[in-house]
Design a protein around this ligand. Structure first.
Ligand SMILES: *[C@@H]1O[C@H](CO)[C@@H](O)[C@H](O)[C@H]1NC(C)=O
Length: 318
């Protein structure tokens, strides 16, 4: 029985065509993290070509990439004279920029974020350790159409420092621990070449009390000021609240309070640094008991004093 089960895929392969099965083997190689995002008709631009090798097909080119530790992507360029196969450029970086190619080339890259993983068909929530990722990532693959990378989870106000806001427990991502990879945020957004991205904040429960914002990609996720506001829009609010100065989160990219505003209380916040209150705070060092994890919406802290999750989702890469 077990043997028959094991052999079944092979028979399906023989029936369908060997070529298709080889494709599956390469693209579905989960243990290696071997699934690539690929697209025909474009070439990734990269200043760091590791090697150029010859390859019989784009799949063979992707296998070459998997064989080289630093390889994060590749361009397969078919021979222009019509002979089989072509050149395979193995790339070390994948900053997302590309050009349209007239030579039927195929661009391939390892997913570098939860969105990228979702694009290659990974569909369950949880921690992913994939070869292309900058670190293990916690991915939400289901809510709000999925593809969200967890940057920061604050389930308590204990032990946070400015350093921990940038990185805390990087190797053990989770939504129920104090955790942050804010410092990797730029790299994650860099997997798309588009000019905007979205961020999502959930407070005291999934899909509660925060919202989804759209913001220009030119902003930094680790800025020290509350001035990254222009072009930031609340796309959707969870629960019933509206941005209001000194009362709620504002349409400000969460910033790191390195300058010591509010006597250093908020560490990562969406309040204005010259305001009088610091509601809209995600991570804090010190807090009044009644605000729980941190002050979020004035007047109803009894329902929004719990854990807060900060996610990003970049645009599709191409
Ligand atoms: C915000 O202020 C800082 C410090 O004055 C400045 O360096 C930065 O360019 C400003 N950013 C924006 C988006 O205005």
């Amino acid at each position: 029985m077990e043997l028959r089960k094991a052999l079944l895929p092979i028979w399906v392969c023989v029936l369908l065509s060997l070529r298709l099965c080889l494709a599956e083997d390469v693209l579905a190689g989960d243990p290696l993290g071997g699934r690539f995002q690929h697209k025909a008709g474009i070439q990734l631009l990269s200043s760091s070509v590791l090697h150029t090798v010859s390859a019989g097909s784009f799949l063979q080119c992707s296998m070459h990439c998997l064989g080289v530790a630093q390889c994060k992507g590749a361009n397969f360029r078919p021979s222009v004279d019509g002979s089989p196969g072509g050149d395979c450029d193995l790339l070390e970086t994948q900053d997302g920029s590309y050009e349209i190619s007239t030579t039927n080339s195929v661009a391939m890259r390892l997913p570098g974020s939860c969105r990228g993983l979702r694009n290659v068909q990974y569909r369950s929530d949880g921690v992913y350790r994939h070869r292309g990722l900058p670190a293990p990532l916690y991915c939400d693959m289901t809510l709000n159409t999925g593809g969200w990378t967890l940057l920061t989870a604050a389930v308590s106000n204990e032990g946070w420092t400015l350093d921990y806001v940038i990185e805390r427990r990087r190797d053990t991502p989770g939504i129920d621990i104090d955790y942050s990879i804010l410092g990797l945020g730029e790299q994650i957004l860099g997997f798309s070449y588009r000019s905007t991205y979205k961020y999502r904040i959930e407070v005291s429960g999934r899909q509660r009390w925060g919202g989804i914002w759209k913001a220009p990609r030119r902003y930094t996720l680790t800025g020290s000021h509350s001035n990254q506001t222009e072009g930031v829009e609340l796309f959707r609010a969870f629960d019933n609240w509206e941005p209001r100065v000194d009362y709620t989160p504002l349409n400000i990219v969460p910033w790191v309070n390195r300058g010591g505003a509010f006597e250093g209380g908020p560490l990562l916040t969406t309040c204005t640094e010259d305001g009088t209150q610091w509601f809209g705070t995600l991570v804090t060092a010190v807090v009044a008991e009644s605000h729980g994890v941190s002050p979020w919406i004035r007047g109803n802290s009894e329902v929004n004093s719990g854990a807060r999750l900060y996610w990003v989702r970049e645009h599709n890469p191409w």
